[in-house]
Write a protein that binds this ligand. Structure first.
Ligand code: SF4
Length: 343
C-alpha cells in the first residue's frame, strides 16, 4: 500500500463490518479463530478455548527509553485486591473478527479483520464465559480485543452480564480495547447497557490514539487524516462517561519534521479533554511481528517510522516532565485522577 492510495472511508467501512460482525438479536459476536491463522506463530502458548482464545502475557518492562507499561496490570490488581503489583500478569484474550482500519504494524493478520465467516465463529457471551471457566488456572484478566471491539460495543455489557451470571464478576477483571474509530457506543447501545458499563466495578477501558498528528495517523491506519481529529471527539465522550479510562498511543510517523511539536500538540489535545489524562496514557513501541515483517519489507517509510518513534518518545517523556509535578508523575496509573470520575 502506498501513501497515494485512497484512504479508508471509516464510517462506511465500519458500518458494513458491524453488520457482519454482530448479531444483536441473537446476542452473538463474531470471534476470530486463532488456530490455523498466521497469527498463531506469534503466540507463546497455543490458542485455547477451542482455538478462539489466547493467553497474553502483559509485562511492566519495556524497551530502554520507553516508560514501563502497567496496563492492564495495575488497574486489574487494584480491582482484584492483588498486592504487591507483579511484573507480569496473564490475560485471556478474545478477538472480535473485524476492524475498519489497516494499521501497517497490526499484529493481527488482515484476514482476521474482515468479518470472514470462514475464519471466525459466532459466540454468545455466556458461551465465551463457559470457555473461560474450562481453562485450568484461568487468568483473572479477560481482555476483549480485536479487531475493533468498538464496532460491537454490545459485547462489553453482554460479557459483564454473563460474568455476573456465572458468579465471576468479582474475581475477574474485564479489560476492553477501544480504537476510537466509531461512535456506536453512544449511537447503538441501549441505555441499560451503557449504565451497566458505567456501574460495573471490575472494568477498565483502554483507548488507542494512533499517531501524534494527522499525517502520522493516516500513515499508520490508512484512514483519512480527518479521522485523527475524530478520535479526540470520541475520546472526550468516553471520558465523560466517567469510566476508568486509560490510553495507548503509537508514535510511528514517516516524517521527521515537526516531531517534538506534533507530540506537544498531541499532549495539548489530551489535556484539553482532561488535564491529567496523559499520565494515564502509555506509548506503545511498535515491534515487529510476523504479519508486520512482511509488510515492513515492502516499504521504506515504515522502516523509517520505527526510528522516528524513538525521537517521538523522547519528546513525550520531556513533555510529561515539563507539564506534571514529580508527585503526579509518580502516582500509580490507576490513581491518576480524572475529572469525570471525581465529579
Ligand atoms: S485499529 Fe487495531 S486491530 Fe485495527 S488494524 Fe489497527 S492495530 Fe489492528
Amino acid at each position: 500500500m502506498t501513501s497515494a492510495a485512497k484512504p479508508i472511508d471509516t464510517e462506511r467501512f465500519a458500518a458494513g463490518l458491524r453488520a457482519r460482525a454482530i448479531d444483536v438479536e441473537g446476542g452473538r459476536v463474531l470471534i476470530s479463530r486463532l488456530t490455523g491463522s498466521s497469527q498463531e506463530v506469534d503466540l507463546t502458548v497455543p490458542a485455547n478455548c477451542n482455538g478462539y482464545g489466547r493467553v497474553r502475557h502483559f509485562r511492566l518492562a519495556t524497551a530502554e527509553g520507553w516508560p514501563a507499561n502497567p496496563l492492564p496490570i495495575a488497574p486489574a490488581c487494584r480491582a482484584l485486591g492483588i498486592a504487591p503489583v507483579p511484573d507480569l500478569m496473564t490475560a485471556l484474550v478474545f478477538q472480535n473478527a473485524a476492524c475498519a482500519w489497516r494499521c501497517w504494524y497490526c499484529f493481527v493478520p488482515e484476514d482476521l479483520l474482515k468479518a470472514d465467516l470462514s475464519r471466525s465463529a459466532w459466540f454468545t457471551a455466556a458461551e465465551l464465559v463457559d470457555l473461560y471457566r474450562q481453562i485450568p488456572d484461568a487468568p483473572q484478566i479477560i481482555d476483549l480485543s480485536g479487531g475493533s471491539p468498538d464496532l460491537v460495543p454490545e459485547w462489553t455489557p453482554w460479557m459483564m452480564r454473563a460474568l455476573a451470571d456465572a458468579g465471576l464478576a468479582e474475581t475477574t477483571y474485564l479489560w476492553t480495547d477501544d480504537n476510537l474509530s466509531t461512535t456506536y457506543l453512544f449511537d447503538a447501545l441501549p441505555h441499560a447497557d451503557l449504565d451497566l458499563i458505567r456501574r460495573y466495578r471490575n472494568y477498565g477501558r483502554v483507548c488507542c490514539v494512533k499517531g501524534f498528528d494527522a499525517r502520522s495517523f493516516a500513515f499508520n491506519t490508512r484512514a483519512a487524516p480527518q479521522d485523527y481529529d475524530r478520535q479526540f471527539e470520541i475520546l472526550r465522550r468516553v471520558l465523560d462517561l466517567g469510566l476508568d479510562v486509560y490510553g495507548y498511543v503509537t508514535l510511528t510517523s514517516p516524517h521527521d519534521d515537526g516531531v517534538p511539536q506534533g507530540v506537544a500538540d498531541l499532549m495539548d489535545r489530551l489535556q484539553a479533554i482532561d488535564p491529567n489524562y496523559p499520565l494515564r496514557v502509555v506509548p506503545l513501541r511498535i515491534q515487529i511481528f510476523t504479519p508486520v515483517e512482511q509488510r515492513l519489507a515492502r516499504d521504506d517509510a515504515r522502516a523509517r517510522s520505527l526510528a522516528i518513534q524513538e525521537e517521538a518518545i523522547a519528546a513525550w517523556m520531556s513533555e510529561l516532565e515539563r507539564r506534571f509535578s514529580p508527585e503526579l508523575r509518580t502516582l500509580q496509573i490507576c490513581d491518576v485522577p480524572l475529572r469525570a470520575r471525581s465529579a
